[in-house]
Ligand binder design. Structure first.
Ligand SMILES: Nc1ncnc2c1ncn2[C@@H]1O[C@H](COP(=O)(O)OP(=O)(O)OP(=O)(O)O)[C@@H](O)[C@H]1O
Ligand SMILES: [Mg+2]
Length: 356
């Protein structure tokens, strides 16, 4: 049986604003990531994906704060470690994070090799390596990943968007982390650069430079090509989880279903559906709705008793599969089937956009 690389249990974190308000963007989140596996996290803007990514590293600085829960990386509990120990002994080696839009944050006045030196230094590895050894390590890794080593002597401004992102990924994984968190690594790129970046992430896993991966995107269908499993996040909570195939082709919870129906996907089986926008936007997390957080946007609100009063637990729907909704799995499936049939009939002429 595969061992668990990352185990997150009941993790709750929040931002403290300048007005002293608490914004709880990660609320009682639990999940496991197995060795050799990749897990996708999808959800609209503001659902808490990046906050979850930052939170699972266990390295908090204002305005982000830890409230409760545990994070175990390859058997090591990190929530009890002090920040300096985490920086030196956990970040880079146990867990590495490629922040959203990291490629645009590269200082344009420094050569790429300097960033490699910075990573090794920040995580306490530069002391036993001289500059020649650092360059040799960087050249070897860039070569294996089909990145021209001459990039190491270039400045970020000399690189295309796709090359910059691949470079950032190669630098962030130079210490071969057990868990890599890639936050929207392909969102700002054109389609062909996206494919190259995704191939690079796959190569990193296949070659064993990264043992397991969390891949964050707002596009649920993109994860089908990249990850083994997928979780959908809404208003700080995980609202559905399952294998990539189940989540893309058979979402149960109305929000995941809405997310899937709102995107054009050039994949077999998802082509030609009527595009539907999810009305409204995610709730303000300073004042989370009391009951089901999706209730005010849900097309099933009328059928759902007490959705806006009491909270909704995750319902099990098979091994590794669960959803957060008051309605039963069978009721939801029947409703989706009927609606899909109606929408398919409508879309026979040509795809149209409509709001549910
Ligand atoms: N520094 C901050 N202070 C207060 N609230 C914040 C801060 N950063 C984020 N938030 C809030 O936390 C929530 C989650 O934000 P987060 O950036 O994690 O979302 P996301 O799912 O990554 O969105 P996106 O797809 O746009 O990257 C949002 O409601 C946001 O307003
Ligand atoms: Mg984000």
């Amino acid at each position: 049986m595969a061992s668990t690389m990352l185990e997150v249990k009941n993790l709750t974190t929040y931002y403290k604003t300048r007005m002293n308000e608490e914004v709880c963007s990660v609320d009682n989140v639990s999940f496991n990531l197995e060795d050799g596996k990749s897990l996708g996290i999808a959800g609209e803007s503001g659902c808490g994906k990046s906050t979850l990514a930052m939170s699972v590293m266990g390295y908090y600085f204002p305005p982000l704060n830890y409230k409760s829960g545990s994070i175990v990386i390859d058997g090591k509990e990190v929530t009890t470690l002090d920040p300096d120990t985490i920086r030196r002994t956990v970040l880079g080696t146990d867990i590495a994070y490629i922040p959203q839009a990291a490629m645009n944050a590269l200082n344009p006045t420094r050569k790429i090799i300097r960033f490699v030196e910075d990573v090794l230094q920040a995580h306490g590895h530069a002391a036993d390596m001289d500059k020649k050894q650092i360059r040799a390590l960087a050249e070897e890794r860039f070569n294996i990943l089909n990145l021209p080593p001459k990039v190491l002597d270039q400045y970020a401004v000399e690189l295309s968007g796709g090359m910059k992102q691949r470079t950032v990924i190669a630098i962030s994984t130079i210490l071969s982390p057990k868990v890599l968190i890639a936050d929207e690594p392909s969102s700002a790129l054109d389609v062909s650069s996206q494919k190259i970046v995704i191939k690079l992430l796959r190569d990193l896993m296949e070659k064993g430079f990264v043992r397991s991966m969390l891949f964050i995107t707002h596009e649920l269908p993109l994860l089908f090509n990249v990850t083994d499993d997928i979780m959908v996040m809404y208003a700080g909570e995980i609202v559905e989880r399952g294998s990539a195939k189940e989540m893309v082709f058979d979402p149960i919870m109305p929000y995941s279903k809405g997310l899937m129906n709102s995107i054009i996907v050039p994949e077999a089986g998802t082509r030609g559906h009527v595009l539907q926008a999810i009305p409204g936007s995610p709730p303000n997390l300073k004042k989370r709705p009391a009951g089901c957080r999706f209730s005010e946007r849900c097309f099933l609100l009328k059928q759902c008793q007490g959705a806006s009063e009491s909270s909704v637990d995750e319902q099990a729907a098979g091994p590794g599969r669960s959803y957060r909704c008051k309605l039963s799995e069978s009721a939801l499936r029947a409703i989706h089937k009927e609606r899909d049939a109606k929408l398919e009939a409508k879309s026979e002429a040509k795809p149209v956009e409509e709001t549910v």
